[in-house]
Design a protein around this ligand. Structure first.
Ligand SMILES: [Zn+2]
Length: 247
């Protein structure tokens, strides 16, 4: 076999495969980082914390409303009993059972006192009713928030489990594709690519399109481009030093 014809097309071919490998490796990197995220369970932890927080707020609101309800009933009972006492005292004023003017004066003063206490209790009751109305208005939105947090948690639990399976499957596929691809790339190029990849955020090789390196997006100088075209070996970017693949 003529080495010229068998080797010449092999070189551009293996460089194209290097670009394929780069795509696969970036995809493996993305999947692995997502897998780590899922396994760390940050989203689940956040969703659980959010549910616990809304549950606590709804719980506090219900307790506050219960306590206001009790206070309202206590005030209503008070008002009733004051009213009854005042009525009884008024009766004594007018039924002729008391004739002593001093005693009548004392009764009148007691009635005024009772009327004052009743009016104060009524004011307190109105305050409690207003407070209850305000809290009751917050209850609906807060309970909706709680329901939403509960649903979100369920979705995340279900989604994470499904996504984990999908990612593990995709990772196995990419890794097997990678295993088939790497023997078709010369070991020295592979080693250089992996070295650069470690140093340069996972990107070791990039296409050169219209004189622009697709990794660092710099336009190579005409002089450097000219030199690249005449290079027999591995071509590197003038700026980021990554391996360049002519497309
Ligand atoms: Zn570059």
């Amino acid at each position: 076999m003529d080495p010229q014809t068998s080797e010449a097309p092999a070189e551009p071919g293996s460089m194209q495969r290097l670009l394929l490998l780069q795509e696969l490796d970036l995809s493996v990197d993305r999947l692995t980082s997502r897998l780590n995220e899922l396994e760390a369970g940050g989203e689940l932890r956040d969703a659980r914390a959010r549910l616990a927080e809304t549950e606590a707020r709804v719980g506090e609101l219900r307790l506050a409303l219960d306590s206001i309800g009790r206070e309202q009933r206590r005030l209503e009972t008070d008002i009733d009993s004051i009213e009854r006492k005042a009525e009884a005292e008024r009766q004594r004023l007018f039924d002729g059972s008391v004739a002593n003017p001093k005693e009548l004066q004392a009764i009148e003063s007691e009635v005024r006192n009772l009327v004052g206490r009743k009016s104060h209790a009524e004011d307190l009751l109105i305050e409690q009713m207003e407070r209850a109305e305000e809290l009751d208005g917050r209850r609906g939105p807060l309970e909706a928030e709680e329901a939403e947090a509960r649903q979100r948690l369920a979705e995340i639990e279900e989604g994470s489990a499904r996504e984990l399976v999908e990612i593990e499957q995709a990772l196995a596929e990419r890794r097997s594709e990678r295993e088939q691809l790497t023997p078709q790339i010369p070991p020295d190029i592979l080693e250089l690519y992996q070295d650069i990849r470690r140093q340069k955020k996972g990107v070791g090789a990039a296409a050169l399109v219209d004189g622009v390196c697709q990794a660092c997006h710099q336009q190579l100088s005409p002089m450097y481009l000219d030199r690249l075209k005449r290079t027999e070996g591995v071509r590197r970017c003038e700026y980021c030093r990554r391996i360049l693949v002519l497309t």
